[in-house]
Design a protein around this ligand. Structure first.
Ligand code: SF4
Length: 700
């Protein structure tokens, strides 16, 4: 017991917000958290924190918490509070009845990037082993699934290549479609420190690729050398134009490519990007970025000597999201910028455990460790440990579940810690799908939007109420430690175990540590992961096994790419289907703000949200003037999918013709207007490009 003023003891745990994964000390008085103090030994944050991690934990004891299981036969019936046993038996019975009538594949499950690795692993195990189907997907479907595909194809593994500290060695930093100042604040501070240097002109140079003039472009202490303010939906054209300059101006790192890459795919790619139609000049009309800026940025990136790319959902949430991820990987390989400190390709993960939920086999085609379900050798290993026969065919992704529900063949869903009704695109379509199902089981800490369509509500547990691990954006596995008992009596992993038992597939775990042991036994990249090792070393980075140092792997692809030779892919730019017309003359794109987090379920229930209490529509002064809109006016936003009303912020951060909003408040209905257009490879929704009209309206 450590005496800390008011506090009686402290427990070290990990922030439950963004993918930076900051370590915190929860200072406690009895079962009550007195305050959260950033942990100075936390490797991801080294004693730093942002407003969310430090102050926005009050939601864990908010009066809106669901603490009693509830059931109802029809979604029009009132909720009835029942015991855990009754709720779980009811859910199991209804799932089995649906399967008896419509087949095993008529139900499925969704895992959460806010839950622990152990909980996510259990949900996919429940779906595959107890439900007997591969219809399991994760909320990463709507954010970083193109990262999984694109980096898997090019490098051989679906993860960022660097530690956060690697940015200290970068000479050139390229930020694409990410706003770390708002979405990854602690890492943004580290990046800014590197950009500022030590005051002798030795800071790193910055290139920002973003339609909006984000904070990094010109803040008091940091200024981007090049801001490629592209039109939304033209990422692939920009990355191809950058590559064109590298290839045609002799900037390729030939020795690196010859030694480390698949030269056949490289030569095909070189021929493709080198064509005149892929020059910055030829693509300028599409991208809106002056060719001279593209040429200068390409030269700067290629010159390095250490150039690092950091990207976010502005890359992935596009119809060509996977193509763009591969385009980034192509560029990095061609310039020799993968496999050492200070370089690399780094997806910035929005949620605390997006990396982990993907690692744990949450995709319908992959078992834990990104191994395809059709691989007989891998499947046999899981079958031996799980004691069931697994289906070798991939299951349904979330959008396919919705289609099948509307088509009448998908009837039941177990949804843990994910508000698909608010966060998935084209709300009307999602509502139709959810309203078509016979049994939806929602496991969450609040009565979220999806719960409106649910038949069973199982109370979830917050990160303070359970043990487990989260994996951050640098593949760092850190402990989540229970600091108070679960408010509803059971932690999320215990609920999944009980549901599985009720379905007739017994699971035998007394503690999440045993679940991690099973994960390590079955997953080569996790073979060296254990709670004991995390306790001893503070955190581990996968791959962590007999071939790596005890704490795992800080820099990926050092001696060679995981897939062997790095592979280049052709990145043909295909314009988005979302075209501006006279009816919809503006392009809407979306993003986050510092004080809020995703759908706001947590941050809206803490006092610090007082300084940002609504989503607003940002538009350029020219677009505002044309519509007679001044700052603070109410505006109607109409797209081909739907319409909503927000207040306007007139801002020269925007370029003319492009508008922007956040998506933290359910009443704003940002996803009422987004369409169901999605990435060709992964179905990740194209949230970042929606053609809209904006007009002034009366206050609703
Ligand atoms: Fe939490 Fe991210 Fe803020 Fe760190 S930067 S305190 S992980 S929200």
């Amino acid at each position: 017991v450590i005496k800390l003023g008011q506090a009686e003891h402290s427990v070290i745990t990990t922030c439950a917000y963004c993918g930076v994964g900051c370590g915190f000390k929860a200072e406690m008085k009895g079962n009550e958290v007195v305050r959260m103090v950033p942990w100075k030994d936390g490797k991801a944050n080294e004693g730093h924190s942002c407003v969310k991690g430090r102050f926005a934990w009050g939601y864990t004891t908010h009066k809106d918490r669901i603490t009693k299981p509830m059931i109802r036969d029809q979604i029009t019936d009132p909720w009835r509070e029942v015991s855990w046993d009754e709720a779980i038996s009811y859910a199991a019975r209804r799932f089995r009845e649906i399967q008896a009538q419509h087949g095993k594949d008529s139900i499925g499950g969704i895992t959460s990037s806010r839950c622990t690795n152990e909980e996510t692993y259990l949900v996919q195990k429940l779906v595959r082993a107890a439900f007997g189907t591969n219809n399991v997907d994760t909320c990463a479907r709507v954010c970083h699934s193109p990262t999984g595909y694109g980096l898997g194809q090019t490098f051989g593994t679906s993860a960022g290549t660097q530690t956060f500290s690697s940015v200290d060695e970068a000479d050139v930093i390229m930020v694409i479609g990410a706003n770390p100042s708002d979405a990854h604040p602690v890492f943004a501070s580290r990046m800014k420190k590197r950009l500022r240097g030590r005051g002798h002109g030795d800071g790193a140079s910055l290139i920002v690729v973003d339609p909006r003039r984000i904070d990094l472009v010109s803040s008091p202490h940091v200024r981007a050398e090049h801001h490629l303010a592209l039109r939304p939906g033209t990422n692939v054209a920009v990355i191809t134009a950058l590559a064109h300059v590298v290839v045609n101006e002799g900037l390729v790192n030939e020795a690196y490519v010859a030694e480390r890459c698949d030269t056949r795919s490289f030569e095909q790619w070189r021929e493709f990007v080198g064509r005149p139609e892929n020059s910055p000049e030829a693509l300028e009309a599409s991208t809106g970025v002056p060719a001279a800026e593209v040429r200068a940025a390409a030269r700067l990136y290629a010159a390095g000597p250490n150039s690092a790319i950091y990207y976010g959902l502005g890359v992935t949430e596009h119809a060509q999201g996977s193509t763009m991820v591969m385009g980034i990987a192509n560029l990095a390989m061609a310039c020799g910028m993968v496999g050492r400190e200070g370089v690399g390709v780094n997806p910035l993960r929005g949620q605390n455990n997006v990396q982990g939920s993907c690692d744990m086999g949450s995709f319908p085609h992959e078992l834990p460790g990104y191994r395809h379900i059709s691989d007989t050798t891998v499947r046999t290993q899981f079958e031996a440990v799980w004691g069931v026969e697994l289906n070798p065919e991939p299951g349904l992704r979330i959008p396919n579940m919705f289609e099948a529900a509307i088509g009448g063949t998908f009837k039941g869903l177990y949804c843990q810690g994910e508000d698909i009704a608010q966060s998935d695109p084209n709300t009307q379509h999602v509502s139709q799908a959810l309203g078509s199902m016979e049994c939806i089981v929602v496991q969450d800490i609040f009565l979220n939007e999806t719960a409106k369509f649910a038949h069973v509500l199982l109370p979830g547990s917050s990160f303070l109420e359970k043990d487990g691990t989260f994996t951050n954006a640098e593949r760092r596995i850190s402990r989540v430690r229970q600091v108070m008992p679960p408010m509803a009596g059971l932690a999320d992993w215990e609920v999944t175990v009980q549901l599985s038992n009720a379905l007739g597939y017994p699971m035998h775990y007394d503690h999440p540590e045993q679940i991690m042991q099973e994960i390590a036994d079955l997953t080569p990249s996790f073979r060296g992961v254990s709670y004991e090792a995390i306790e001893r070393l503070g955190s581990l980075q996968w791959p962590c096994n007999e071939d790596t140092p005890a704490a795992g792997t800080a820099i990926m692809h050092e001696g060679g790419f995981v897939r062997g030779k790095g592979r280049f892919f052709i990145t043909q730019y295909i314009p988005s289907d979302e075209k501006v017309t006279r009816r919809f003359p503006l392009l809407l794109t979306t993003g986050r703000i510092l004080s809020q987090y995703n759908v706001g379920a947590q941050t809206r229930r803490t006092p610090n949200n007082m300084w940002h209490d609504e989503d607003r529509l940002e538009l350029h002064p020219e677009d505002a003037k044309e519509r007679g809109v001044v700052d603070g006016d109410w505006v109607g936003i109409t797209s081909r999918a739907g319409q909503t009303v927000l207040r306007a912020t007139v801002s020269d951060r925007m370029q003319p013709g492009v508008v922007y909003t956040t998506f933290h408040f359910p009443e704003s209905g940002a996803n009422v207007i987004t369409t169901d257009s999605s990435d060709w490879a992964t179905n990740c929704p194209e949230y970042k490009v929606t053609a809209v009209q904006v007009s002034k309206v009366a206050q609703p």
